[in-house]
Design a protein around this ligand. Structure first.
Ligand SMILES: [Zn+2]
Length: 123
């Protein structure tokens, strides 16, 4: 049975060190990543929230638009709303869709795709 190694990682936000038990030798980068992952300081928690949010945004955008230049652009715009460059972004897509991206007071990101044209017939 493999012996457990005890190595030291450092949280990259607060600098707190932590003993990481591993089965194989990890690089310092991996140890720091593990220490950050297990840390409960404000920076580490915000980072976890951010990554979870990123995953959700990716899934949503890919589901709605597929993997393409448009999806990449929407992700970039969401990043710019997230970091506060834009308070909100609204743009017209194709001929009948409006996309709005904004952030609420708790820093949640919203992406809303709204159809603007209704199916209408005049005969
Ligand atoms: Zn920390």
């Amino acid at each position: 049975m493999a012996e457990k190694l005890e190595q030291i990682g450092t949280c990259r936000f607060c600098g707190q060190t932590r003993v990481i038990e591993t089965l194989k030798e990890l690089t310092q980068l991996e140890l720091d990543e593990a220490a950050t992952e297990n840390c409960i300081c404000e920076g580490a928690i915000e980072d976890k929230r951010k990554r979870a949010r990123r995953t959700k945004i990716n899934e949503f955008v890919n589901r709605k638009f597929g993997e393409n230049k448009l999806a990449d652009s929407i992700r970039s715009l969401a990043d710019l709303v997230e970091d506060g460059t834009f308070e909100e972004v609204t743009f017209k897509l194709y001929k009948d869709k409006i996309v709005r991206i904004w952030k609420d007071s708790e820093f949640n990101i919203y992406i809303r795709i709204k159809r603007t044209e209704q199916d209408e017939l005049k005969a």
